[in-house]
Ligand binder design. Structure first.
Ligand code: GDP
Ligand code: MG
Length: 442
């Protein structure tokens, strides 16, 4: 399986320090094979591997993680990215009812999903109405009625006067019924065939036009193979959809094809089904899925812990220095800056800090490239220079400028700003708080 293969690959990586080019090559080759074997579509694999390779190459020597952990972390983060990053929630209409249309091939799990969604929505305080707009198969309406009964929700089925035989008329009548009976969510079940079918696709499009859905969920069986991407594309073109639901994740699905659907169509997976029971259903969490694909939840927890412990140790050391009256050095400054940058872009970080509104303009003007240059300059200094910048004479400054690809005046500038910040630190002492690199005055 994908898991075993990845585990074997990671076992081959050993030692400390930077990831070697050979390690990166060997690992990405294995991951590539593993993803292809799991039915992930080739373009998706290519993009994924390129991203992992680039990040692995650019990875700095980490003091918190060994190379194995580093590459697992990168692969995990890229996987989460492919899976959509954050969980996407249902979009509810401003004026009820919210309409959710289900589309997908026959057997994908639409009717079952209708029941699962209804139960889930009910649990959240909604009053869902299920609509039987699959009039293709003789027992389809009955199947939805059974599911609705189990979920304890109302099912709108065709009756004389409701448009027997015409799913579009049924859907339209259902909308009027929902408004009348104050159902705030309407879930419309539709027909599917075994393959892409122009007539059925048109029918789904007609139902769509009749009910103006807030969400169209494309339901896809996680067990399907490479066809998944082609089929999904046909549904995207023919009906359109706003989200994807993966079903049958409880089977021994390789899952890769379904995973590609989201990436190729640019629509996020919103829900996942893992069983025939109405409760076997939940919002889709990209991070959980990624760790499932990687098959190393424990390892990921370890990585998080290692990073957190390392960060905490650094912070504690910094706080100690501060309270004991030791001077803030360029090394401390560099560490603080790297810590903060690990969390994201500087302007984003500052944006999250309370009371930073008054600095909005400066914050927006923070240039990440400036930070790169500052980092490079400090890294070009010797440990002694970082501790005591006063020893920086002209020839040392020239050396640092050369080493960091910047100019002597930029080095002068950094030294001067650092001196000011150090002053500020001294005057702040006792008042708590750390100087924040990049802030005005620095
Ligand atoms: P539809 O044709 O798209 O409406 O698909 P159905 O809802 O009728 O489901 C087809 C079959 O798949 C049924 O036997 C369901 O019980 C089964 N099924 C649906 N969702 C899941 C799931 O998440 N896991 C498993 N194991 N079976 C499922
Ligand atoms: Mg059905």
């Amino acid at each position: 399986t994908l898991q075993d293969r990845l585990a074997a690959t990671f076992k081959g990586l050993r030692g400390k320090g930077r990831l070697s080019e050979a390690d990166i090559e060997a690992t990405t080759r294995e991951i590539r094979t593993a993803l292809l074997e799991a039915d992930v579509a080739l373009p998706v694999v290519r993009e994924f591997i390129a991203a992992v390779r680039e990040r692995a190459r650019g990875a700095e020597v980490s003091q918190a993680l060994n190379p194995v952990q580093q590459i697992i972390k990168i692969v995990n983060e890229e996987l989460i990215g492919i899976l959509g990053g954050e969980t996407r929630r249902l979009r509810f209409a401003k004026t009820p009812p919210t309409v959710i249309l289900l589309a997908g091939l026959q057997g994908a799990g639409k009717t079952t999903l209708a029941g699962k969604l209804a139960l889930w929505l009910k649990g959240q305080g909604h009053q869902p109405l299920l609509v039987a707009a699959d009039l293709q198969r003789p027992n389809a309406v009955n199947q939805l009625q059974v599911v609705g009964e189990r979920a304890g929700v109302v099912v709108f089925a065709p009756e004389p006067g409701n448009g027997v035989g015409d799913p579009v008329a049924v859907a339209r009548a259902a909308m009027a019924y929902a408004r009348d009976k104050q159902h705030d969510v309407v879930v419309v079940d539709t027909a599917g065939r075994l393959g892409i079918d122009a007539e059925l696709m048109q029918q789904a499009a007609d139902i769509r036009d009749a009910v103006s859905p807030d969400e169209i969920l494309y339901v896809v069986d996680a067990m399907v193979g490479q066809d998944a991407v082609t089929t999904a594309q046909a549904f995207l073109d023919g009906v359109g959809f706003s989200g994807v639901v993966l079903t049958k994740l409880d089977g021994d699905a390789r899952g890769g094809a379904a995973l590609s659907v989201a990436k190729v169509t640019g629509r996020q997976v919103m829900f996942a089904s893992n069983g025939e029971g109405l409760g076997d259903f939940d919002a889709f969490h990209p991070d959980r899925m990624a760790s499932r694909i990687l098959g190393m939840g424990d390892m990921l927890t370890l990585i998080e812990q290692a990073e957190r412990t390392f960060d905490q140790a650094q912070q504690a050391e910094m706080a100690r220095k501060f309270s004991e009256g030791e001077d803030f050095t360029l090394d401390d400054f560099l560490q603080q800056m790297q810590q903060l940058r690990k969390m994201g872009s500087m302007s984003k970080i500052f944006g999250m800090l309370p009371g930073m509104g008054q600095f909005r303009e400066q914050i927006e003007n923070i240039d990440e490239r400036d930070l790169d240059r500052t980092q490079a300059m400090i890294q070009s200094m010797t440990p002694t220079e970082r501790r005591d910048p006063r020893i920086l004479n002209a020839s040392r400054r020239a050396r640092i400028a050369r080493g960091s690809g910047s100019s002597v005046s930029a080095v002068n500038d950094l030294v001067e700003r650092f001196g000011q910040a150090q002053q500020m630190m001294r005057s702040l002492r006792g008042g708590g708080g750390m100087p924040i690199p990049g802030m005005p005055g620095f």
